[in-house]
Design a protein around this ligand. Structure first.
Ligand code: PAF
Length: 282
């Protein structure tokens, strides 16, 4: 497995593969890899001849008061895990390599970024779209694989790739969960033991809503209250950032759950903000 930190060698490496007629899959990550990331790599491995993984904590997708400094990092461990999962090339640049000091170009999909995480993290998706566009331009992958935990990110990147004719198939893969149901996230390591013990209440809250929908409840406002009541009872220290129902592709708000609907939540446990979601089929 190769490790590159500079953009020109990355571009050359991938160009050489394409010249040989080899297809390329890309799994963009911010590192501190967990089983969810590894499942994306295992899937991506089956989709192309060569697999590139990027490990880059992208500063432009963090707002001024967010957790950029606290975001966990462990590149040596990431490299071991990537090598064990058949990755051909890890790209792990420094921010100065990735962005010119006078970087001035941004990619945005504002229509899909208005609600959910976009509402509480105003620069987040602009940073994600810009860095992913840069990665697509450098690697020129045939396929790029992302987790469905960040469902809004996935919907935005699919739309971006389509609208800008980037020629990259953007694929989403299922959420990976701990045995107690907590969605895997690099940020879970920042939970206190007590927060970690109670965090599965988020997933349970999603299941409470799913059960209510299955029992016939359609009113999104009532369903959101059920989720909030569940958390208030089981996870008193949590504060709900949002608990919203949206169309799974357009991300537009849903008032009555009458077709495929995404229920997406973001919850603060202390200083750690966790997201999760469930696709509700009626
Ligand atoms: O989902 C992530 O880890 C990041 O948002 C991504 C897609 C790697 C862009 O920095």
């Amino acid at each position: 497995m190769d490790l590159l930190a500079d953009l020109i060698p990355l571009r050359q490496h991938c160009q050489a593969w394409r010249t040989q007629g080899l297809s390329i899959a890309l799994v963009p990550t911010m590192g501190f890899l967990h089983a969810g990331h590894l499942s994306l790599m295992d899937y991506a491995r089956t989709r192309a001849d060569r697999l590139v993984v990027s490990v880059f904590v992208n500063p432009t997708q963090f707002g001024p008061n967010e957790d950029l400094d606290r975001y966990p990092r462990d590149l040596p461990r990431d490299l071991e895990l990537a090598a064990a999962h058949g990755v051909d090339l890890v790209f792990a640049p420094e921010p100065q390599a990735m962005y010119f000091s006078d970087h001035a170009t941004w990619v945005e999909v504002p229509e899909l970024a208005k609600g959910l995480c976009g509402a509480s993290r105003p620069v987040h998706f602009r940073g994600v779209c810009t860095v992913v566009t840069k990665l697509f331009g450098l690697v020129r992958p045939d396929v790029a694989v992302f987790g469905q935990k960040d469902w809004q990110q996935l919907a935005i990147l699919k739309r971006m790739s389509r609208d800008l004719e980037l020629g990259v198939e953007v694929v989403g893969r299922p959420i990976f969960r701990e045995p107690d149901g907590l969605a895997m996230s690099s940020r879970n390591v920042n939970l206190t033991p007590e927060e970690r013990e109670k965090a599965p209440a988020i997933r349970q809250g999603l299941l409470v809503v799913q059960a209510a929908v299955r029992a016939g409840e359609r009113d999104a406002a009532k369903l959101a209250l059920m989720f909030r009541a569940h958390l208030a009872e089981k996870l008193t220290s949590a504060s709900v950032d949002y608990a919203d129902f949206v169309h799974p592709e357009s991300m537009s708000p849903v008032v009555r759950v009458e077709g495929p609907t995404l229920f997406a939540v973001a919850v603060f446990l202390g200083r750690v903000r966790l997201i999760d979601n469930i696709l509700l089929e009626v």
